[in-house]
Design a protein around this ligand. Structure first.
Ligand SMILES: [Zn+2]
Length: 177
């Protein structure tokens, strides 16, 4: 993994959750708009803004929580079809339908457990470009057949996604974990 001093990993950032502050979603930066509401707090993507409706626009913790819930909702929406695709692609190597779990992990983008047939994707992947998520999903699917990073693993990966290195480099360079 490349070490890039200029880019701070997402979990080490001290966000203020104020209007104008930029937050990431699928590889793009969106300025946040904080709007007070008496309705149920929620988040919407409106044009080039992430709009956060909150009952207390000054409550940083609460607003962080509302945004986090939105990321979790979006992660499920985005990751499910991506994993379904990876399952189909990986079928020539391993036919299996894993259960998807989405967790925030501090040291890896994904992992899999052949024993319990669980594939975990890092919640933080909702902030990176879609092809990077596709790469991680496929990478983990191939691990069900090849548990370690051996020749068989890379042969399968290169066969199913010839440009995988580009997406791995992009993750390491621009979205360090
Ligand atoms: Zn791996």
């Amino acid at each position: 993994m490349n070490f890039n001093q200029n880019i701070i990993p997402e979990h080490k950032k001290a966000y203020r959750y104020e209007t104008g502050e930029k937050h990431k979603y699928l590889g793009c930066y969106y300025p946040l708009s904080i709007i007070s509401t008496k309705e149920e707090p929620h988040v919407t993507l409106q044009g080039s803004n992430i709009v956060l409706y909150t009952d207390d626009s000054k409550d940083r913790k609460e607003n962080a929580f509302i945004l986090d819930m939105w990321y979790r909702e979006k992660a499920r929406e985005v990751f499910v079809p991506i994993l379904a695709d990876a399952v189909v692609k990986a079928a020539p190597y391993k036919k299996m339908l894993p259960k998807l779990r989405i967790y925030r992990m501090l040291d890896r983008w994904g992992s899999c457990s052949p024993k319990s047939k669980i594939l975990i994707l890092n919640l933080e992947l909702i902030k990176v470009p879609k092809p990077c998520i596709e790469y991680i999903a496929l990478h983990e699917m191939i691990h069900f057949r090849y548990p370690s990073h051996d020749m068989g693993f890379y042969a399968a990966l290169s066969n199913l996604m010839p440009d995988w290195k580009k997406w791995e480099d992009l993750l390491n360079d621009k979205y360090p974990i």
